[in-house]
Design a binder for this molecule. Structure first.
Ligand SMILES: [Zn+2]
Length: 436
């Protein structure tokens, strides 16, 4: 590491100190567990019992957070409310059911909408893409953090290892609910954004809002490259504003450290809201001007003050991918250019382009030059043409792997870094010489 690190890697590594374990006392009644697993979860303490907001990502770290809580209070944990159905907020629930088998687990109805939509379409590829996005298959030295939490441990998929009945919601509500348990009163309200089953939790007594994954210290993941149904960005903007309208004194987010102080929360939510609305509105304007996604990603940018703001850096989500998601979410796959209604097969196009260039050998040497000249994206695109023709595939795979590594090391968005590094690793795992 050290001096040869890219600017992106240095910026990510600087986050490490804020992403470690931190058991915070936010108010006299609210404790927040950060860095216990990959997500943030909380405990709200009443006179006779405790209600948790989210369960963390894995039973072990969640049990350790509960042990930390026990240094402050012996009251029973009577309830648990999920902000949404993602496993990084639910799989820790085993630690809670072990504490109290009778615990009330609250969630909105329907719950787990995203996973269900993928399962319904037998979307098995999302597992592989998910492992790439989270870097599960990468050696530790290729990972820094997730930008909003510690990196996911190698080999730990967190998927399918938790008995479903131990974490399943037992109390369901339609659009909103008041949870009254052990002297704790929590208002829970549907707040679609990252998922359709997202809610926010409001603890009026201490003016603390729990935003789930609609907000954290990064540009949000308006599109997950593992592949998910459209996350309605207009809903997301409105959901951020719904929390903002309450003018909370404390804001606890689904990942990263909470924010305290009415002024600090107000500024943070203003920045987040303005950033999201800006990208959404600029994309919609561009769509209506007839621009294609490829053109829009070159144009839609945050204003400088927002782009530099630590809450909107592209650590986890990415603005270009958000723009593409808005386009396809609103209009579907067709970019509007009739040429693209029925384009050539990639192999056919590649052969014609190679013919124009003077043969595929020219593309190989151009790809080598491009990579050496710092144009890794162009090198990767040339490699794709060659692979489409199946031209010297072992050599071209190695070249493409180098190009993907180069793109990864310069990318700030951790999901993209992991995806690029993993695909490079996959390419190198294929035979290194062509069979003759
Ligand atoms: Zn999450």
């Amino acid at each position: 590491m050290g001096g040869s690190e890219t600017a992106a890697a240095r910026e990510l590594r600087a986050l490490d100190q804020s992403l470690g374990r931190n058991f915070l006392r936010l108010t006299d009644r609210v404790f927040v567990a950060c860095g216990y697993g990959v997500s943030t979860f909380s405990f709200v303490v009443g006179d006779r019992g405790i209600v948790a907001v989210d369960a963390g990502s894995a039973p072990g770290p969640s049990a350790e957070a509960i042990a930390e809580l026990r240094r402050h209070t012996d009251l029973p944990i009577l309830g648990l409310v999920y902000t949404h159905g993602h496993i990084d907020h639910t799989h820790g629930a085993v630690a809670f059911t072990e504490e109290n088998p009778e615990i009330e687990i609250w969630a909105i109805k329907p719950f787990g909408t995203e996973a269900r939509a993928l399962a319904r379409n037998r979307s098995s590829i999302t597992m592989q893409r998910s492992l790439r996005q989270f870097g599960n298959l990468l050696p530790p030295q290729k990972k820094i953090n997730t930008g909003i939490g510690p990196s996911v441990a190698a080999g730990n998929t967190s998927l399918g290892i938790v008995p479903e009945q131990r974490i399943r919601p037992r109390k369901r509500f339609e659009t909103s609910a008041t949870i009254r348990l052990g002297g704790v009163n929590l208002e829970v309200t549907h707040n679609p954004g990252e998922t359709d089953d997202q809610v926010f939790v409001w603890f009026e007594r201490d003016r603390a809002a729990f935003a789930g994954d609609n907000m954290y210290r990064s540009w949000p993941n308006l599109y997950a490259i593992r592949g998910t149904p459209y996350r309605d960005v207009r809903d997301w903007c409105e959901s951020v504003d719904r929390i903002r309208a309450l003018r909370p004194d404390h804001l606890v987010m689904g990942h990263s450290l909470p924010i305290s102080g009415a002024d600090e929360v107000s500024e943070a939510m203003e920045v987040y809201s303005r950033g999201l609305w800006h990208v959404y509105n600029a994309t919609i304007e561009g769509i209506n001007a007839g621009k294609t996604p490829d053109e829009l990603v070159a144009e839609v940018r945050l204003p400088d003050d927002l782009a530099a703001h630590p809450l909107l850096r592209e650590y986890y989500g990415n603005i270009s991918w958000s723009v593409r998601a808005i386009f396809s979410g609103v209009l579907g796959w067709f970019d509007g250019n009739p040429t693209n209604l029925d384009p050539l097969h990639p192999a056919d196009r590649a052969r014609r382009i190679a013919g124009l260039a003077g043969g595929p050998e020219v593309l190989v040497s151009d790809a080598i030059d491009a990579l050496a000249g710092g144009e890794a994206q162009w090198a990767a695109e040339l490699c794709d043409l060659l692979l489409a023709m199946d031209f010297r595939p072992a050599e071209v795979r190695a070249l493409k792997a180098d190009a993907l590594d180069e793109l990864a090391t310069n990318m700030l968005t951790t999901t993209g870094r992991n995806y690029l590094y993993t695909c490079a690793q996959d390419l190198r795992a294929l035979p290194a010489v062509d069979s003759t």
